[in-house]
Unconditional design. Structure first.
Ligand code: ZN
Length: 102
């Protein structure tokens, strides 16, 4: 998978992050990328989700699909917590642990 373009833009309408599937709220700066394999894939993401995917080394062949992101976040959470909480809450805990300066 080849990264064709990538830029940071401000959300003018509500959107979804392709990593965590949570809402990108209006006014948030997020990353808009285009990848190319056999076809082009547009990818929108929270800046912190991409940083986390990089930190957890979830990229394979230059790309991290949503399933890999979920699996990586859950694996990281299982090292630090055991509570039965939903994915969004686990993601917040993992973000705090791995990106403490945010
Ligand atoms: Zn996200």
């Amino acid at each position: 998978m080849k990264l064709i373009s990538s830029k940071e833009v401000k959300a003018r309408k509500e959107d979804h992050c392709d990593y965590c599937d949570q809402i990108i709220t209006v006014g948030t700066i997020y990353k808009k990328s285009t990848f190319k394999d056999k076809k082009c894939i547009d990818w929108k993401s929270h800046l912190e989700c991409e940083k986390l995917a990089t930190k957890l080394k979830l990229f394979k062949d230059g790309f991290c699909e949503q399933g890999s992101f979920y699996a990586g976040v859950l694996a990281a959470y299982n090292k630090i917590g055991k509570e039965n909480i939903n994915f969004r809450e686990k993601l917040q805990i993992v973000l705090k642990k791995y990106l403490p300066l945010q």
